[in-house]
Write a protein that binds this ligand. Structure first.
Ligand code: SF4
Length: 228
């Protein structure tokens, strides 16, 4: 789990899902990509898209990679670009822990193709109450079955409408594969307000702690820091 650690984020556009709370641009091939030249300063350069793996390396090598925990592949959904990732990831060396994959946990076949190349997997578990999408119980179970070869944890975004039945079903799916750490994340409302009352989020954590050893409540820290 990487809360508070320093990452280099490679953020991929577009996604195979369409969650109600999504903040990712939908264009699968934007004309430009943004490169923040100084960490946290918002001094973006706009580079023509798509970049080649070598161009990405020339960009990220401007920083001291040894100070970073990992390269974070995030999105959107990075596994939509699995062909590209098989060429890019072998070049992404020099951080302390390697490759950190953030994913929506619905593309198990794509994960199989790069599982040997990643070190840490942060897998989303989508609930209908928060995503406003149909459930992905089976896909999530298949995905976790592949991901469990590596250091993996699960993140569940919850809203005030999230039911106990959904949480229990999610825990059942997770436990059927492997006991992993779970992060309960309250959805973020406009003005960075948490979308779930303290009483409800603690009740959800209590429910999960009856089944799993490690269950943490962690809000979206990057929004609170106003970093992206
Ligand atoms: S999985 Fe993530 S990127 Fe994809 S639609 Fe949902 S919130 Fe957006």
């Amino acid at each position: 789990m990487a809360l508070g650690q320093r990452h280099i984020f490679l953020r991929f556009p577009a996604c195979n899902l369409n969650c109600a709370y999504c903040d990712t641009p939908r264009d699968p091939c934007p004309t430009f990509c943004c490169w923040e030249r100084t960490p946290g300063k918002r001094d973006f350069a706009f580079l023509p898209n798509p970049l080649t793996p070598d161009q990405i390396m020339a960009t990220v090598n401007k920083w001291d990679l040894t100070l970073h925990h990992a390269f974070s592949l995030t999105g959107g959904e990075p596994l939509l670009y699995v062909d590209f990732l098989t060429r890019l990831i072998p070049l992404l060396t020099g951080t302390r822990e390697g490759i950190y994959l953030e994913t929506n946990g619905t593309l198990p076949e794509q994960l199989k193709r790069i599982i040997s190349l990643v070190n840490i997997i942060a897998m989303d578990f989508k609930l209908p109450s928060s995503s406003c999408l149909p459930p992905f119980w089976e896909k999530h179970q298949q995905f976790l079955s592949v991901a469990q070869q590596k250091d993996v944890f699960v993140k569940i975004v919850v809203t005030e409408n999230t039911t106990d039945a959904e949480i229990k079903q999610a825990l059942k799916v997770i436990k059927a594969v492997k006991e992993v750490a779970v992060i309960i994340q309250p959805v973020t409302l406009p003005a960075n307000r948490p979308g779930v009352s303290p009483a409800r989020i603690l009740a959800i954590q209590e429910l999960a702690l009856r089944e799993l050893r490690e269950v943490r409540i962690i809000p979206q820290v990057h929004k609170w820091l106003q970093q992206l």
